[in-house]
Design a protein around this ligand. Structure first.
Ligand code: AMP
Ligand code: MG
Length: 315
C-alpha cells in the first residue's frame, strides 16, 4: 500500500528512481513521473489503465523551465503564462524533441503548465526534470481532490502519495491551444474564459463535444459509477419514482425531503461548488442509491466548467 505523507525528499527519491508518485496540485491530484523517461511515463498509462492515445500534461516549476521543452511560442501564450502561472491553465505548444512521444501520444505539441501548490512547486524546483502527470484516478473516473481519494483507488499500485490537503480549485486545468496564433479553448477548467479574454481578447473554441482536435478530448469522462442524469430535479424525480435516487443540488440548505442529497454550496458560490463537485460524485458512489439526479449550475465563470463536467459525467 502507498505511504501517505508530506515528505518531499521521499517523493523526490522515488521520482529520481523512475517510480510514480501522486502529487497535490490546486486543480486535482496528479499521478506523476519523470516526463523525460519513457519507461517511467509508461507506468502512468499502466497504473491508470489509460489508452496511449490520451496525451499527458507536463508540469514545470516556472516559465523559464517550460521554455526548454517548447518551440515557437505565440505572443498570446506568453501573455497567458505570465498572467496565470502558477495556476490552472495548460498551454498546448509545439514541443522540443526531448519530450518523449509517449507523453504527447505522438502529437507534435505538448500540454504544459506550472501548478500552484507549494509542495509540488518545491518538489519541481528540486528535480532535474519536469513531471508528466494526468489525474491520479483510473481512466474515465472522477478525478481525485484529496490524498484519500487517490489512496482508495490507486493506493495498491503506487508507493507514495504526497498529501497537500484538499485541492483549492477542485476541477482540472483549462486547456488552451493556438491555431494561426489565435487562442483556442480545448477544455474548460479552473481559469474561466472571462478571465482569459481579459488578458488576450477574442478566442475560439474546439471543445470535446464538438470536434476533437486532440486524442484526449473524450466526450464521456469524469464519470461516477452510478448513472447520472442532468436536468431539472423535480422533472427528473417524476421519471424515477420508485427508484432510490441521490440528488445533487447547486445551492440551498438540506431541509428538503430527499433522503440522499448533497449540496455543492449552501450560499450558491461557484468556486465552492467546483471544490466540492468531485468529492460529492464519489460520495454518491458509496451511497445506497441507484441513480444520481443533478441540476446544472449557473453558466458563468467557473460554472461553465462545472456544467461541462456534469454533462460528461451524464454520458
Ligand atoms: P488529465 O491530466 O487527466 O486531465 O488529462 C490531460 C488532458 O490534456 C488530455 O486528456 C488532453 O485532453 C489534454 N492534452 C494534453 N496534451 C495535449 C496536447 N498536446 N494537445 C491537446 N490536448 C492535450
Ligand atoms: Mg484525467
Amino acid at each position: 500500500m502507498a505511504t501517505i505523507g508530506n515528505d518531499i525528499l521521499q517523493a523526490k527519491k522515488l521520482l529520481l528512481e523512475g517510480e510514480l508518485v501522486a502529487i497535490p496540485t490546486e486543480t486535482v491530484y496528479g499521478l506523476a513521473a519523470n516526463a523525460l523517461n519513457p519507461e517511467a511515463v509508461t507506468q502512468i498509462f499502466v497504473v491508470k489503465e489509460r489508452p496511449s492515445f490520451d496525451p499527458l500534461i507536463v508540469h514545470v516549476a516556472s516559465i523559464d523551465q517550460a521554455q526548454q521543452f517548447i518551440t515557437a511560442v505565440p505572443k498570446k501564450a506568453i501573455q497567458l503564462a505570465r498572467h496565470f502561472w502558477p495556476g490552472p491553465l495548460t498551454l498546448v505548444l509545439p514541443k522540443q524533441s526531448i519530450i518523449p512521444d509517449i507523453v504527447t501520444s505522438g502529437l507534435s505539441t505538448v500540454g504544459i503548465r506550472c501548478p500552484d501548490h507549494y509542495l509540488t512547486r518545491q518538489l519541481l524546483s528540486e528535480l532535474p526534470f519536469p513531471l508528466a502527470a494526468p489525474s491520479a484516478n483510473p481512466f474515465g473516473y472522477v478525478s481525485p481532490t484529496t490524498a484519500e481519494h487517490v489512496n482508495n483507488q490507486l493506493g495498491h499500485k503506487i508507493k507514495y502519495i504526497l498529501d497537500g490537503g484538499p485541492c483549492r480549485i477542485g476541477l482540472e486545468s483549462t486547456i488552451v491551444g493556438f491555431e494561426n496564433d489565435q487562442a483556442v479553448i480545448y477544455r474548460r477548467g479552473g481559469v474561466s474564459e472571462e478571465e482569459i479574454s481579459k488578458v488576450i481578447g477574442e478566442m475560439s473554441y474546439r471543445l470535446a463535444s464538438s470536434n476533437p482536435v486532440a486524442p484526449g478530448q473524450l466526450d464521456s469522462h469524469y464519470a461516477p459509477n452510478k448513472k447520472l442524469y442532468l436536468g431539472d430535479i423535480n422533472e427528473l424525480k417524476k421519471e424515477f419514482t420508485g427508484k432510490k435516487v441521490g440528488v445533487l443540488r447547486f445551492m440551498g440548505n438540506s431541509d428538503s425531503a430527499d433522503t440522499y442529497q448533497l449540496i455543492l454550496s449552501q450560499s450558491g458560490n461557484l468556486e465552492e461548488a467546483a471544490r466540492n463537485l468531485f468529492a460529492a460524485l464519489r460520495q454518491f458512489d458509496q451511497m445506497e442509491i441507484e441513480v444520481i439526479l443533478a441540476e446544472p449550475v449557473p453558466d458563468s465563470g467557473i460554472g461553465k466548467a462545472i456544467n461541462d463536467r456534469l454533462r460528461r459525467a451524464a454520458k
